[in-house]
Design a protein. Structure first.
Lengths: 114, 115
């Protein structure tokens, strides 16, 4: 079974630029999550999709972050414009249902904002 | 916000020793999960314990849950150098709206197993 795929693995941008991350979950997994992990901290949930609908985006900074999951499969997370404090690892995860079950994580995208 | 808090923040032991990590949380939960993260990698699910369970085993892992104290512990027996990683507890609870569930991670314990 293929795992969760993410790209790119690394990205360096200047502040005020825009950036996009892509995630392809495990085949058949209905729920997809985007997390932000700042160095030395645990992952923080940004947005949760069930199929192609948003379940929770209460911690997503909507003035600069956006995410979509078209056709209920892969997803993109965009930051526009980026700030220095957005430097973090962005992790995508998927599960077959909800957090009553294990989540499977991708390798993450390490973003550095200069 | 991070609900779970792990203790200790860092732990260094010799290969073959047991490692114990603790997690405390604040609100009621449906289940509690433990994940491992190797440096520069994504998280790997280790074990899930439901709120009506008190203890669970998986290989060299033993997890306990005390909902009255809102705490959990992860024991790794006979540790190996390959167990060196960060370990996170994560609590599954309902969103305030009650419409869905979310997983909230703690800040993690960095375990170093010396050969």
């Amino acid at each position: 079974e293929a795992g969760v795929a993410q790209s790119p693995r690394y990205k360096i941008i200047e502040k005020r630029q825009s950036v996009a991350f892509w995630c392809n979950p495990i085949s058949g997994h209905a729920t997809l999550y985007w997390y932000q992990q700042i160095l030395g901290q645990g992952p923080k949930l940004l947005i949760q999709f069930q199929n192609n609908g948003v379940v929770d985006d209460s911690q997503l900074p909507k003035d600069r972050f956006s995410a979509e999951r078209l056709k209920g499969v892969d997803s993109t997370l965009k930051i526009q414009p980026a700030k220095l404090e957005d430097s973090a690892v962005y992790l995508c995860a998927s599960s077959s249902r909800d957090s009553s079950l294990a989540q499977y994580f991708g390798p993450g995208t390490r973003l550095t904002v200069l | 916000s991070q609900q779970g808090e792990e203790d200790p923040q860092a732990l260094s032991i010799q290969e073959g020793e047991n490692a114990t990590m603790n997690c405390s949380y604040k609100t009621s939960i449906n289940n509690l999960q433990w994940y491992r993260q190797n440096s520069g990698r994504g998280l790997v699910h280790l074990i899930l314990i439901r709120s009506n369970e008190r203890e669970k085993h998986s290989g060299r892992l033993r997890v306990t849950l005390d909902t009255s104290k809102k705490s959990s512990s992860l024991l790794i027996t006979a540790s190996r150098a390959a167990d060196t990683a960060s370990y996170f507890c994560a609590t599954d609870s309902f969103l305030p709206s009650g419409s869905a569930r979310q997983l909230t991670f703690g800040s993690g314990t960095q375990l170093t197993v010396l050969p």
